[in-house]
Ligand binder design. Structure first.
Ligand code: UPG
Ligand code: MN
Length: 682
């Protein structure tokens, strides 16, 4: 430890708040009155001490110097103040600021004294101590020292070491005394108790007091009760404690006597019982405060204090709220206008019941409507964004909301909405997963949102008539539907439900619809289309599966139909439907489902194949289509020796088979773009 040998000696105190001003003043006066030869310094934290208070620290009204040096220092807060609560002194949160004493290296030695100390005599001899650090024992635990009186030699080594502790909140009492005792541990020079006598109202060792009384240098009023906070009338007895309190008041009165007319109000303000506002503030003739001439009396209550206040308590009534019946509305004004009296019954249907009918108390069972309706309910934005008028005579304007309708994704909200139209599939009551519920609902109840768009319907009808012609050639039953999407029942559902959907093709073939591969009802017809070589199979999964593992039902079905044709063990790239050429990123949002098809591109290694029966089915209705030029990946995959699979398509959409893996990515709008719809308007 470096001990400074140069510089001045000073007594130093510290002021962290205005409220300790009387203490700081009395300490300084007591030292001066006792004839000290040393200068006085006080550290102040300008952020918590007002300028008026600092003025009082400089000079008394008689122009006597109080403190020679006012040293502004940064407040050092304890950010881990838990230990302060152990001694019930949370107000000491910034006591760590005392560490700044060690930074005052302009001084050779500092006799530090708390602001709640009064000196009986000036202990100037302490400056002659050779020790780097001295302090007196603490009355509460005499093995440690009290930090109200310390003799120290400022040096940056101790300063930084203690700052590091302060930053970490290392202090057993949360304040400076705990920190300093941990830092100096056994290296402190013990001063006699007479340099830091800490009287207590609860315990006095009277004989010792009487014995050492004449040698007392300083009295330190530890604890929350300070003489200026207790007031003059407290502790005026003749016990040792009261006697010592009286010594503090004696110094105070010598300099700030109540009868003296030059005592600054701000000093008295912080001394209990000393401040008299009637003397400080000139009142009007009627005794009230004249706001034009004077500041408000300091003890006046704020005006808002008298404002009436209303408190509303939360209801603690546990009875469930019941909607008031119609009697509640007895006093509603009688209809007077014709349109009020001759009101036509609402025709629009919401939630399965007519608007004007009273809503059933429980969940309404949907009334039979031509088509199930995804019930719009105000609480679900998903539901309300999928309006689906079921009455064909309802005027329908293609609105942006319709176009923005998200594709049927297996979201819980969506499946919820759909289940609401499926009385047997009440959410939470079935053992099936929401996804399974969703799909069964899809299969049994719903159509695609574009099914009612006449342009698309017309186009599809035209397409289907062509399709029927072709299918009669290939002996496959027609579906005979007038809808773009025909959802078969669970029983009649084929294993590969592929329905055409409009899609915008890039290039000159924009607007070409995908082709249909349908297993249909005729197994034999389907069997005829099954390719002879397993390599020709391309299933929806677009993954390299071992054929045995492939979950594709169509593949299984084909395998069952043709027992003689065992698939090889080689991994085969299955794909029964091929996705359309991928949309460019800068064009319309991808169409989710159903996935359009194009001629099968096989991945037979080393050579191209003749069109298989599957290819032929796939090409039905698209005879005129110019085969899409292979993508880079396709060309690369078909190079001799390549085992690279064809690029898989983006996801199966809502039409995929039960048990298939769900798409893990978001899907876009299922509706065609305006551009596509224009092109579709045939
Ligand atoms: O609101 C405050 C609090 C404290 N101080 C200054 O900090 C000193 C310490 O606070 P104090 O109230 O005197 O603490 P004590 O009651 O004396 O408590 C003991 O515990 C404190 C925390 O460890 C030590 O600082 C003391 O020296 C020790 O006697 C005071 O004297 C003042 O100089 C203020 O200026 N304003
Ligand atoms: Mn103190």
């Amino acid at each position: 430890m470096t001990v400074q040998t140069k510089g001045e000696d000073v007594y130093a105190s510290i002021l962290l708040t205005d409220t300790y001003l009387p203490g700081a003043l009395v300490l300084a006066h007591s030292l001066r009155d006792a004839g000290t030869k040393k200068k006085l310094a006080i550290l102040v934290t300008p952020d918590t001490v007002s300028p008026e208070v600092i003025t009082q620290l400089k000079a008394s009204t008689l122009n006597q110097t109080v403190y020679d040096y006012i040293i502004p220092v940064e407040r050092i807060r304890n950010d881990h103040p838990a230990n302060l609560y152990l001694m019930n002194r949370p107000d000491l949160h910034s006591a760590f600021t005392k560490i700044a004493l060690w930074k005052q290296t302009q001084f050779r030695k500092i006799v530090y004294i708390d602001a709640d100390v009064v000196a009986y005599r000036a202990p100037d001899e302490l400056f002659e101590l050779p020790h780097a650090f001295s302090a007196a024992p603490d009355i509460g635990w005499p093995d440690i020292f009290n930090t109200g009186v310390m003799v120290l030699s400022p040096n940056m080594g101790d300063y930084y070491a203690m700052m590091a502790m302060a930053e970490r909140g290392i202090s057993f009492d949360g304040a400076d005394q705990g920190l300093l005792n941990m830092h100096f541990k056994n290296s402190w020079n013990r001063l006699p108790f007479t340099y830091n006598v800490t009287p207590s109202a609860h315990y006095q060792y009277v004989p010792a007091y009487l014995h050492f009384q004449s040698s007392i240098s300083m009295i330190h009023f530890i604890g929350a009760d300070k003489p200026w906070k207790l007031g003059r009338s407290q502790h005026v007895g003749n016990n040792p404690y009261d006697e010592m309190i009286g010594r503090w008041w004696a110094v105070y009165d010598r300099h700030y006597h109540p009868n003296a007319n030059n005592v600054p109000d701000i000093v008295r303000y912080f001394v209990k019982g000393e401040f008299d506002p009637t003397k400080s503030f000139v009142l009007g003739a009627n005794g009230s405060w004249d706001a034009q001439k004077n500041p408000p009396p300091p003890y006046s209550k704020p005006e808002g204090y008298n404002l009436p206040q209303t408190y509303y308590a939360m209801s603690s009534d546990p009875t469930p709220f019941v909607t008031p019946d119609s009697a509640h509305y007895e006093n509603t004004p009688k209809p007077i206008f014709p349109w009020e009296m001759n009101r036509s019954r609402p025709k629009r249907v919401f939630g399965g019941y007519v608007e004007s009918e009273p809503a059933p108390a429980t969940t309404p069972a949907p009334k039979a409507t031509p088509k199930p309706v995804a019930t719009p309910r105000a609480r679900s934005p998903v539901r309300s964004s999928t309006p689906k008028p079921s009455d064909s005579d309802t005027p329908r304007t293609p609105s942006p909301a319709r176009r923005a309708t998200p594709g049927p994704t297996p979201s819980s909200a969506r499946s919820d909405a759909w289940n609401s139209a499926t009385p047997t599939a009440t959410p939470g009551t079935t053992a099936t997963t929401p996804v399974a519920q969703h799909h069964s609902s899809v299969w049994n109840r719903f159509t695609n949102v574009w099914d009612d768009i006449p342009e698309i319907t017309r186009y599809i009808e035209a397409l289907q008539s062509r399709y029927r012609r072709s299918r009669s050639r290939s002996n496959v039953n027609p579906t005979g539907t007038t809808k773009v999407t025909e959802f078969p029942s669970e029983d009649e559902r084929p294993s590969l439900p592929v329905t055409p959907a409009p899609i915008k093709r890039t290039g000159s073939r924009a607007g070409t619809i995908g082709r249909v591969l349908s297993y249909g009802e005729d197994e034999k017809a389907f069997a005829a289309t099954v390719p002879s070589a397993p390599q020709e199979w391309v299933c929806v999964h677009g993954v390299q599966w071992s054929p045995a593992d492939c979950p594709c039902e169509l593949l299984q079905k084909a395998n069952n139909l043709l027992p003689g044709r065992e698939f090889g063990a080689e991994p085969v790239h299955h794909k029964l439907i091929e996705k359309a050429e991928p949309e460019r990123a800068d064009t319309a949002t991808p169409i989710v489902s159903p996935m359009p098809v194009k001629p099968v591109v096989t991945t037979v290694v080393g050579k191209g194949l003749e069109p298989s029966p599957v290819d032929r089915i796939l090409s039905i209705g698209n005879e005129e289509e110019v085969p899409a030029s292979p993508t880079i990946a396709e060309s690369w995959a078909s190079r001799p020796g390549s085992t690279v699979p064809l690029p898989s398509y983006a996801g199966p959409g809502p039409m995929f088979e039960k048990g298939e893996v769900l798409p893990m990515h978001a899907v876009g709008s299922a509706l065609p773009s305006d551009e596509v719809r224009e092109e579709l308007d045939v």
